[in-house]
Design a protein around this ligand. Structure first.
Ligand SMILES: NC(=O)c1ccc[n+]([C@@H]2O[C@H](COP(=O)([O-])OP(=O)(O)OC[C@H]3O[C@@H](n4cnc5c(N)ncnc54)[C@H](O)[C@@H]3O)[C@@H](O)[C@H]2O)c1
Length: 438
């Protein structure tokens, strides 16, 4: 039974890739610095108005709100969740376009949630964008301490303190301005304040732009495990101003690339092949390469979320490498390893296990290691992670059901995976012993 579910998931994953490619427009000119991949073309970052919205990913009948004709939005990806559908706007300089944000603000009160690192860089700009020619709106802000170790209940309370002291009501809008930590916490605060208020994501790290701001997973960590407390809560829109990446440190950029690699491995082989050819452009922050990687990642995530919002199956495949990775983050103390770094090492471990099970060729394992190494990401866990430590932390992972740990493993050709509890336990033991010193 479980085996057939796994095969179904693999089939759904690969068939949905085909569906995406069928809907994407063909023949859009490739940017000069980035060779066009075989299946998806790479649009220029600043598209001309005439072809600006050609790459829009259309998933259903009701139209998503379009940006104004003169907008710098180069791509709109639709997250098709019926009456809770929302757009992901992608482009350079989008924070200079007040209308894009203002059209998604409900009510007259806004609370911007950000941190001590991002506030000096972008809070003023975002406040301007929210209030420009819009005297009816007033903006409050709460500036949280920076870092994964503050993704906890105490810090979350500071958001509620500010909201209650400011007498915000049900018509207010919360705006997350920052990376995945801020997005997850602000989203969870929005989900629970007065049992749910409007919420906008302005992701400013690559990790948040390609993954965490999309799909409505919100929450905080518990000292015993990552992201164990949270809610599914979708934003009104996601606004990705790719210019914000200009201030992002290299290590954080690489961390986001781990999730970009994931999409290729689990469901989009042509995207993985494009990454193999364009990793140096991504690391050098070539704007066209980054814009394409963000667009393609958001399209993949939107497609999965539209099919399985609450993670009853297919969505779990987005967690390739995360069970091992979350164990590393919890085991080393939140923040010591960046999320993407832990996911990278975890992806290599999951790939190793898939290979031990005979589910993938040696060549795929090598390509995974090569691309992550090239991106300067770790490919082994830290020495402090023992086999026992992995096992005890993985035992409280969210993907444990009825005492059985289910894992996302690669199976079949590049771009295919399964979410399954049906694997030989010996392979898991062998992988843990191969990567841990004791
Ligand atoms: N909800 C989801 O679906 C999902 C998916 C993936 C990851 N996550 C979560 O996201 C978190 C990791 O996100 P992250 O990697 O963005 O980490 P982060 O939010 O801690 O941001 C990384 C660092 O970059 C700084 N920063 C942010 N934007 C910047 C900018 N433009 N310029 C300079 N510095 C900037 C931050 O202040 C921080 O120091 C983890 O908690 C992870 O669990 C959630």
């Amino acid at each position: 039974m479980a085996a057939s579910t796994s095969s179904l998931l693999a089939a759904a994953a690969s068939s949905s890739c085909t569906a995406i490619s069928a809907r994407l427009p063909r023949g859009a000119p490739a940017a000069a610095s980035v060779p066009s991949p075989s299946r998806h073309s790479c649009p220029s970052l600043r598209a001309s108005p005439a072809r600006r919205h050609q790459s829009r990913f259309v998933a259903s009948v009701a139209p998503t709100m379009q940006p104004p004709a003169e907008s710098r939005v180069s791509t709109v990806v639709d997250v098709d969740l019926g009456d809770r559908r929302y757009p992901i706007y992608i482009g350079a300089g989008l924070l200079d376009e007040p209308d894009l944000l203002q059209r998604h603000v409900h009510g007259k009160r806004v609370l911007v949630v950000t941190n001590t690192n991002v506030a000096p860089l972008y809070l003023e700009k975002v406040t301007w964008a929210l209030t420009h020619n819009n005297p009816n709106v007033s903006v409050e802000s709460v500036i949280l301490p920076d870092g994964e170790k503050y993704k906890d209940m105490d810090t979350l309370m500071k958001v509620f303190d500010k909201a209650i002291e400011s007498r915000l009501d049900r018509r207010c809008t919360f705006v997350a301005l920052g990376g995945g930590v801020i997005g997850d916490m602000c989203g969870y605060a929005a989900a629970s304040f007065l049992r749910g208020v409007n919420f906008i994501q302005i992701p400013t790290t690559l990790m948040a732009q390609v993954d965490s701001s999309v799909g409505g997973k919100t929450g905080i960590n518990h000292r015993l495990g990552k992201n164990l407390i949270g809610a599914f809560y979708q934003p009104q829109c996601v606004l990705i101003d790719t210019d914000t990446l200009n201030t992002l440190p290299d290590r954080e950029l690489a961390s986001g690339i781990a999730e970009v690699v994931k999409y290729g491995l689990i469901r989009d082989a042509p995207f993985f092949e494009w990454q193999e050819k364009n990793m140096s452009a991504l690391l050098a922050r070539d704007p066209s390469a980054l814009a394409y990687a963000i667009k393609r990642s958001c399209e993949n995530k939107a497609e999965v979320v539209a099919q399985d919002e609450k993670e009853s199956g297919l969505r779990a495949t987005l967690n390739l490498g995360h069970t091992f990775g979350h164990a590393i983050e919890t085991g080393t103390g939140y923040g010591a390893w960046l999320h993407g770094e832990a996911v990278a090492a975890g992806t290599v471990m999951a790939t190793d296990m898939s290979h031990r099970l005979g589910w993938i060729d040696e060549s795929i394992k090598k390509r995974v290691i090569d691309i992550l190494k090239y991106a300067k990401l770790p490919i082994t866990p830290p020495d402090t992670m023992t086999v026992e430590k992995f096992k005890s932390i993985m035992a409280v992972d969210k993907k444990v059901a009825d005492g059985l740990l289910r894992l996302i493993l690669l199976k079949g050709p590049l771009g295919s995976c399964v979410f399954t509890g049906e694997y030989d336990r010996k392979a898991l033991d062998e992988t843990l012993h191969a990567f841990c010193k004791n």
